[in-house]
Design a protein around this ligand. Structure first.
Ligand code: PLP
Length: 263
């Protein structure tokens, strides 16, 4: 069986973070493992508290996994603070996994900052260059490019998304999937693999229950890379997966319900 590792934050209500990643790995037929970077107290209504995990424990978790088990693909999600990013970067360079998906998680849908503002530069300099693919949404792509170029750009059209994906690619990753959920009209995601641009468009599903969609998409890409699919096919399969998971999303709790992996 292929094996995937998520390095991310825990979501107590099970819809995002580590919990979404492990459910996605299972549903895609991959054995899932986890390194927890932070524990959040969270439900469908918001994030109420966060405890970052000591970097020594983060490194020890990564060592424990890699010294024992072959890891076919790794996903990085919530990394929170600079010391966490430095610890992960050091260990990723040491173990050099074949596939690394970076979901540059910044702000939750409920508006909580899951990446400390001062950590942005470390994420850009230390994690992007190690990644096989980075999966920003439009606000995250704007934050990354504005941090690098000291500008205030806005991405509003598909052609601006294509330009932004090419700019982010220059930061050293092997490919960029820029998710178009935030632009008006048809939801198109843009992939740039260093040579070609690919578009992935799916119907918009009319639901409020989208908690954990970013985590689920990036872990579905990770699962498909672990299974041996090349980037453009891994993204295609992951898009199909997330679309179905949103279609079956759960109206639980009093806020934004989660995507559903088993229906
Ligand atoms: N909580 C954790 C631990 C996460 O990693 C993420 C990922 O983006 C979120 C919450 C955000 O979830 P959403 O913005 O989909 O509600």
């Amino acid at each position: 069986m292929k094996k995937a590792l998520t390095i991310a934050g825990s979501d107590s209500c099970g819809g995002a973070g580590i919990q979404a990643d492990l459910k996605t790995f299972s549903a895609n037929g991959v054995y899932g493992m986890s390194v927890i970077t932070a524990v959040t107290a969270q439900n469908t209504q918001g994030v109420f508290a966060v405890q970052d995990i000591d970097e020594k424990i983060i490194k020890a978790q990564i060592d424990a996994v890699f010294t024992d088990i072959k890891v076919d693909a790794v996903k990085i999600g919530m990394v929170s603070r600079i010391s966490t990013i430095e610890a992960i970067s050091e260990k990723i360079r040491q173990y050099n996994p074949e596939n690394l998906v970076l979901d540059p998680v910044m702000i939750s849908k409920s508006g909580y900052s899951l990446l400390k503002p001062e950590s942005k530069t470390a994420l850009i300099n230390r994690l992007i260059p190690l990644s096989s693919i980075i999966t920003p949404n439009i606000p995250e792509a704007e934050e990354i490019l504005n941090e690098v170029n000291n500008e205030n750009i806005k991405i509003e059209t598909v052609s601006e998304m294509e330009e932004a994906a090419k700019e982010i690619y220059k930061l050293g990753c092997k490919s960029v999937l820029l998710k178009g959920g935030h632009i008006k009209g048809e939801a198109v995601d843009v992939l740039f693999d260093g040579e070609n641009i690919f578009h992935y468009s799916t119907e918009r599903i009319n639901t409020k229950n989208t908690h954990g969609t970013g985590c689920t998409l990036s872990s579905a890409i990770t699962a498909n890379l672990a299974l041996g699919f090349e980037i453009k096919d891994a993204v295609k399969r992951a898009k199909e997966y997330i679309t179905t998971a949103i279609k079956h999303s759960l109206d639980i709790g009093h806020g934004v319900g989660p995507t559903n992996h088993f229906y």
